[in-house]
Design a protein around this ligand. Sequence first.
Ligand SMILES: [Fe+2]
Length: 159
Amino acid sequence: MSWKRDILKPDQRNKVVAAMQPVLCDMIDLSMQLKQAHWCVKGMGFLPLHEQLDDIIDSTRSASDEIAERIVMLGAAPQGHCQTVAKETRLEKYADKFVDVEKTFTLVADRLDKTIVGLRSAIDAVGDPDPITEDLLIGICAGLEKHLWMVQAHEGEAR
Ligand SMILES: [Fe+2]
C-alpha cells in the first residue's frame, strides 16, 4: 500500500527532517542522561530531586517518540540508534560519579537549556515549510522550559 499523498514536497520534507533529526538525538540523550542523574544524585534533598528527574524523563521520552513519529509521517526513517545518538548529540556527557544535589541541579539545568536551544533553532527552521511540525516542537519546547524553570527554582538565592 502506498501513501495517499506526501504531506510535504521532497525538498521541504528533507529540510524539516534535517532540522528534527538532531533534536531527536538530543532528546534521547537527555532522557538517558537524566536517568544517570536520577541514579547518581546523593545527599540532603535526594528524594524530591530523584522523583522530579523521573517526571522530566517521562516528558523527554514521550517527546522523542512524538518527534520520531512526525519524521515517519513525513516519509523518512528516524535514526534513534544509540550509535547515532552518541555521534550526533549536542549535549555534553553526564558525570560518571555520584553527584551532590546542588551540582545535580546545575548539570541538569545545563542539559535542559542546551536541548531547548536546539529545539528553538529547529522551530525557526521548520516553520516556513511545515507549521504543523513547528507547532509540535513549540509544544515540546514549552514543556521543557517549564521543567527548566522548576529545576532552576531550586538553585541559588532569590533576587
Ligand atoms: Fe528509579
